[in-house]
Design a binder for this molecule. Structure first.
Ligand SMILES: CC(C)(COP(=O)(O)OP(=O)(O)OC[C@H]1O[C@@H](n2cnc3c(N)ncnc32)[C@H](O)[C@@H]1OP(=O)(O)O)[C@@H](O)C(=O)NCCC(=O)NCCS
Length: 261
């Protein structure tokens, strides 16, 4: 196995979360490719894990924490670590040490870049990205909101722990219409997919729905809203993890449209 930095030939596969076999991922559009171009200028780092045949099995992406979705200073923040675990496509690469190697490589890189530590997020429950996996690798809980845990590993004595952003904005209503507001940052194909579905579902209802897209890649917009990705229907957020289906978003909007009379 080998860990490499992201090179141009691997960009399409990285932007598809290594799920280039999936039809669903195509719904995510080109948000991640655009994000990649723009985020590089803000210090994005990506590493890939290749097996002995040169097949990519895993990826990790991390950014200076000041460019992330959490509060912090002087750390790098891991948005995402993913070792392909589906049988389909390239196959299951989990439990071969790729995750461990990717995390170690990212930490070493962050240290070389002068970071005071590494931060990551995970779920308190045993699904999706587990907080317990990071704990096994020396990370400690810094903060939590509901099931979402923010973890960190300081490298320096004067490192400051990261914090979740709690101050989040909710959109207002639109008189005589259903207001659909969708926030999109680009970092995650699953979230990009949800955004595209919301846009498509909203358009089905013509002028009964006022659709508003917010690009949270823009730091001012992100700071105003306090989160990278969200879908609100008349001010109420739709659960985002896992990405809501088109049918779920469409049904939520339809219910509100019906109430318009
Ligand atoms: C968490 C994750 C990154 C770990 O990656 P991984 O490559 O499977 O991790 P590792 O191989 O380093 O370690 C996992 C286990 O495999 C074991 N293992 C490692 N090498 C092994 C080998 N050669 N043979 C057998 N077992 C091995 C490890 O000991 C470890 O076991 P443990 O959990 O009981 O301690 C991966 O499971 C994953 O991507 N999960 C989903 C995360 C997700 O949803 N990400 C998206 C967030 S946006």
């Amino acid at each position: 196995m080998k860990i490499i930095a992201l090179s141009p030939e691997h960009e399409p596969v990285f932007c598809a979360c290594l799920e280039d076999w999936s039809e669903e991922i195509k719904e995510a559009g080109d948000h991640k490719a655009n994000w990649l171009k723009r985020m590089r200028e803000r210090g994005l780092r990506v590493k890939l894990a290749l097996d002995d045949k040169g097949t990519i099995g895993g990826m990790i992406q991390y950014v200076p924490i000041e460019e992330s979705f959490v509060d912090g200073r002087g750390l790098y923040f891991i948005h995402c670590i993913w070792v392909h675990g589906h049988k389909k496509g390239r196959g299951n690469f989990q439990k071969r040490g790729m995750g461990k190697a990717l995390l170690a490589a990212a930490e070493e890189d962050a240290r070389e870049l002068g970071a005071k530590g590494m931060a990551a997020w995970g779920m308190a429950l045993p699904f999706f990205m587990r907080a317990s996996w990071f704990k096994k690798h020396g990370y400690k809980k810094a903060d939590s909101v509901g099931m979402q845990v923010l973890l960190w590993k300081p490298f320096a004595d004067d490192a400051e722990p990261p914090r979740w952003i709690r101050d989040k904005k909710k959109p207002g209503l639109e008189p005589g219409k259903v207001a659909v507001t969708a926030l999109v940052n680009g970092w995650c194909p699953g979230m990009n997919m949800a955004f595209e579905r919301a846009k498509r579902a909203a358009s089905e209802f013509g002028d009964k729905v006022a659709f508003r897209a917010v690009d949270t890649f823009d730091r001012t917009a992100f700071k105003e809203w306090g989160e990278p990705d969200a879908i609100f229907v008349d001010g109420k957020g739709i659960r985002m993890g896992p990405p809501p289906t088109y049918a779920k978003i469409q049904k939520t909007i339809a219910k509100r449209v019906k109430k318009l009379g």
